[in-house]
Ligand binder design. Structure first.
Ligand code: HEC
Length: 169
């Protein structure tokens, strides 16, 4: 009886057990974090061959070049820049997935090898994705703040894409 007549005692027991749970959870998470680092990293490999790169095969102004490189190239080229945190699990899993999927969908480094039809199709998808602000992916701009395109940059990119489309067709 005496026990329940002292609510502060119940309270302090509660705090004590919560602290214990928190401490064990923290240790568990830390161990888990260390263990997952031993899973082999599977980031897509880079390649320095730029002969078929869109920035080589098509004329792009420095402005366009800068926009594509800062906002798209990490996922859509063979020249991905992998900062240190992209090599730490679980971030590496996300980066590997997005880079692989992104390159499969559109690889600017292999632009010159695409058929005319495919290039036109991709260009029209690009305008759509950029104007609807679906690209670059949100998860990417959380860290790469400079990849968030301003309205001005979107217009520069769109008009370049449109003139390129006209040129190809
Ligand atoms: C963080 C990685 C990442 C960045 C940065 C990124 N993309 Fe993507 N992109 C993807 C992935 C993954 C896909 C395939 C899955 C999807 O559509 O969401 C994709 C798909 C696309 C597609 C094909 C969409 C379709 O279904 O037709 C286009 C076009 C595209 N991206 C353009 C761009 C452009 C242009 C930029 C830069 C302004 C850009 N992306 C930046 C990851 C990225």
């Amino acid at each position: 009886m005496a026990f329940f007549q002292r609510p502060y005692l119940v309270f302090s027991i509660l705090i004590y057990s919560m602290k214990k749970v928190l401490r064990y959870s923290a240790i568990f998470l830390l161990l888990l974090f260390i263990i997952i680092q031993f899973i082999p990293i599977d980031l897509p490999e880079n390649n320095t061959d730029i002969t078929a790169d869109i920035l080589q095969t098509e004329k792009a102004s420095d402005e366009v070049k800068l926009i594509l490189e800062k906002a798209c190239y990490d996922c859509h080229s063979n020249q991905t820049v992998y900062p240190w945190y992209s090599k730490m699990a679980p971030v590496s899993w996300l980066v590997a997935r997005d880079t692989r999927l992104g390159r499969d969908e559109l690889n600017f480094s292999e632009w010159g090898e695409l058929s005319k039809r495919k290039r036109v199709k991709i260009l029209s998808n690009m305008v759509e994705e950029v104007e609807d602000k679906k690209m670059p992916l949100k998860i990417y701009t959380v860290v790469h703040r400079d990849a968030i395109l301003t309205q001005h940059e979107i217009e520069i990119l769109s008009s370049w894409i449109k003139s390129l489309t006209d040129k190809i067709m």
